[in-house]
Structure formats: structure tokens, C-alpha cells
Design a protein around this ligand. Structure first.
Ligand code: GTP
Ligand code: MG
Length: 171
């Protein structure tokens, strides 16, 4: 069983990505977001634990986007075969810079399959996307993770790139 981490900032689309692999096998940990001024729910949700789903023999782990849950990133970063960075096409790069530097410190990172996925393709900011592509030099694509047929194509690419890699050994 291969292990792929799905990381990225809050609202990048990680839960949507992991859930749409297959609704029936999804295990999630979202809770409603509270507006602390109004003391009412905003109608949005955020992930407060780790979510998981399976595509063939690959386990996808969606990690929470908020930095206050980065103790969970730590645990899951100990061993992985692939890492998918989701980033909204219009968001300044600070958060992906932070997340990339966090995960790149772990021994699994170097040999892992890495991919950049720009979400919200309809809101694309070329300056942002070009800056990120040029800094990280990783395979990348655009995807609204609500678009399941495109998501399945992306999963196939990830699977093909993971196949001929050795399983990672936890250190
Ligand atoms: N229009 C559009 N909406 C998107 C896209 N990706 C995600 N969304 C929506 O954005 C909202 C938040 O998406 P989530 O998948 O919950 O985001 P997340 O990355 O899991 O966020 P956290 O768990 O808080 O870190 C949902 O309503 C999604 O349907 C996209 O590419 N385009
Ligand atoms: Mg989430």
C-alpha cells in the first residue's frame, strides 16, 4: 500500500479532492467554521484531523490546512511515497512556501513523487502560478477537485508515477 499526503492551505480543496476519490470509502473529520464575532456558523467547514480515502492500492491522507494542526503533519510526514500540494490559483505563495519547507525536511521527501495542483482554475492569477512553478519545478496541473472526471485522470497520473517506486521504510 502506497501512502500519498494531500497538503495545502485552508480551503485549498484537499477535503474535496480526497472525498471525491470515492464518496463511499471516505473517512473525514470536518467541523463547521464558526464566525467568532457573530457567534454563528458560516456554512463552511474545516478539517480538524486527518482524512483518508483509497484509490486502488494507494491511501490518500488529507491533512488539515490550518497551521495550528501542524502537529498532525509531523506524524504523517514520518513516512510517505507521494505528496500532492494543492494551492488555490489566486493565493499568494506564502502558505505553499511554508508547507513545502515544512515537508521537505523529512527523509521521505526526496524520493517521493511530488505534484503541484492549482485549484480554482477559474480564478487563476498568472503571476502567482508562474512564480510557484518557477520556484518549485515540479509537475503541475489545474484542477477543480469537484470535477470528478478530471480528478480521476490526475489520480491515474499519480498512480503511474508511484508504481515503479520502492515502498518507503519508516525511519
Ligand atoms: N470553485 C471552486 N471551488 C472549490 C475548488 N476547490 C475547492 N472548492 C470549494 O472550496 C471549499 C473548501 O474546500 P475544502 O476541500 O473543504 O478545502 P480544504 O483544503 O480541505 O480546507 P481545510 O480542511 O480547512 O484545510 C468547498 O466548498 C469546495 O467545494 C475549486 O477548484 N473551485
Ligand atoms: Mg479539509
Amino acid at each position: 500500500m502506497k501512502k500519498v499526503l494531500v497538503v495545502g492551505k485552508q480551503n485549498a480543496g484537499k477535503t474535496t479532492f480526497v472525498r471525491n476519490i470515492s464518496e463511499s470509502t471516505f473517512a473525514g473529520t470536518d467541523v463547521p467554521v464558526l464566525d467568532l464575532k457573530e457567534l454563528k456558523e458560516t456554512g463552511e467547514t474545516t478539517t480538524v484531523g486527518v482524512e483518508v480515502n483509497f484509490y486502488k492500492d494507494i491511501a490518500f491522507y488529507g491533512l488539515p490546512g490550518q497551521r495550528r494542526f501542524s502537529f498532525l503533519w509531523e506524524t504523517f510526514a514520518k513516512s510517505f511515497d507521494g505528496i500532492v500540494f494543492l494551492h488555490p490559483s489566486f493565493s499568494p505563495p506564502e502558505e505553499i512556501d511554508y508547507i513545502y519547507s515544512f515537508f521537505s525536511k523529512f527523509p521521505s521527501f526526496q524520493k517521493s513523487y511530488k505534484m503541484l495542483i492549482f485549484t480554482y482554475p477559474e480564478k487563476m492569477d498568472y503571476a502567482v502560478v508562474n512564480r510557484i512553478i518557477s520556484v518549485y519545478d515540479l509537475p503541475y496541473t489545474y484542477l477543480n477537485p469537484n470535477d470528478r472526471s478530471k480528478l480521476l485522470k490526475v489520480l491515474e497520473v499519480i498512480e503511474n508515477n508511484l508504481m515503479d517506486r520502492e515502498d518507503v521504510v519508516a525511519l
